[in-house]
Write a protein that binds this ligand. Structure first.
Ligand code: PEP
Ligand code: MN
Length: 358
């Protein structure tokens, strides 16, 4: 049994996105202690996408986490992104380390962290890289394993996508953690529904989905006053909400996820992910349609261009056939898509739509 698995229940990590003050971490720890969580998280060094946001308080916060650990007897975990972070965290008795999504993308940096871990025994969690690359994720885990670390878990926190309007902050792309599990069946996978959804209301649904697929645990950002949080305010749940999530979660009987015996639920999860991607792609296609519509308007062109349509039918039909799909099916689908696009462009030509969303 791994450090990161529990018989018949999920391994639960809770705590704030960032450690903000001693009172804040102690208050949250007091509130989540009765929920019997397995690990308390708090970011001490925060890798922010843009400068100017809260970047964490650094070393002093490690002392606050030591106090949490001593007062409530809960193991604590922080994100490390440099060898110095590793050294500081170890010096302060941090129990578990995690490598963040913006670090996993960089093999040089992961290797530097792995080198700093040589000769140390501490459980380490490796978040997926921000880009949907299962090799990079696997590579990060291997680098940590080659350093001699034996207790390793993967954290699925979703993947960035460019300009794809979606309900989620990061796309779940469930097929990627499932593929990682196929390749590395002994590595427990923990889902981080907070960073996937970016929205506390959607956290319970993604948490249950992950458990249904066969994930081993959940990392849920928890704050006693989420709206006032210095980072990730929209996605943190309150301790009461966390209790509700953990009470309602249905743990599957088969504690050992078995990707060989693929069940109906598993296939549907995969399909849900693919459908979400199809819709996101259609939204992006429609944005291009609108831009083209504006050019047609400026150039005094007609919305329907028969040659272009013939070209779409030929190229998409041929591609579909090559990929083993029926040409008739794809042409029928494109008749719908193209028809919808032409209608949108007509609205632009007729001045119904004047400005596009940026
Ligand atoms: C975090 O867990 O607060 C965090 C920064 O996550 P990620 O690396 O997944 O963006
Ligand atoms: Mn966060």
């Amino acid at each position: 049994m791994s450090f990161f698995t529990r018989q018949g229940k999920a391994f639960v990590i809770a705590g704030p996105c960032s450690a903000e003050s001693l009172e804040q971490v102690m208050g949250i720890a007091a509130a989540v202690k009765p929920l019997e969580i397995d690990l308390f998280r708090a970011g001490v060094w925060k890798p922010r996408t843009r400068p100017g946001s809260f970047e964490g308080v650094g070393e002093p916060a490690l002392k606050w986490l030591q106090e949490v650990k001593n007062a409530y007897n809960i193991p604590v975990t922080v994100e490390v992104a440099t060898p110095t972070h590793v050294e500081e965290a170890l010096k302060h008795g941090i129990d578990v380390l995690w490598i963040g999504a913006r670090t996993t993308v960089n093999p040089f940096q992961v290797q530097r962290i792995a080198d700093a871990l040589k000769g140390v025994q501490i459980p380490v969690m490796v978040k997926n890289p921000v880009n949907p690359d299962v090799d990079l994720w696997q590579g990060g885990i291997e680098r940590v394993a080659h350093a001699g670390i034996t207790e390793i878990a993967a954290i699925h926190r979703g993947f960035s996508s460019y300009n794809a309007p979606s309900v989620y902050r990061n796309q779940p792309n469930w097929a990627i953690p499932i593929e990682l599990k196929r390749r590395m069946p002994d590595i427990p996978i923990i889902c981080d529904p907070s960073h996937i959804t970016g929205n506390s209301e959607l956290v319970p649904d993604i948490a249950q989905k992950a458990i249904n697929i066969g994930f081993d645990g959940l990392m849920i950002e928890t704050h006693t006053n989420p709206t006032q949080a210095l980072s990730d305010a929209a996605q943190q749940v309150t301790p009461d909400e966390l209790r509700d999530i953990l009470e309602k979660i249905v743990v599957r009987d088969n504690a050992e996820p078995n990707t060989e015996s693929i069940g109906l639920e598993y296939l549907r999860q995969l399909m849900d992910g693919i459908d979400a991607e199809i819709i996101d792609l259609l939204v992006r296609r429609m944005e291009l349609t609108e831009k083209i519509g504006l050019i047609k308007k400026d150039e005094n062109m007609t919305a329907y261009q028969p040659e272009r349509w013939r070209d779409i039918v030929d190229t998409r039909g041929a591609r579909a056939e090559q990929a083993g799909l029926s040409k008739e099916f794809i042409v029928a689908l494109y008749e719908k898509i193209h028809g919808y696009s032409i209608n949108r462009q007509l609205e632009i030509l007729q001045g119904v739509i004047k400005e596009l969303k940026s």
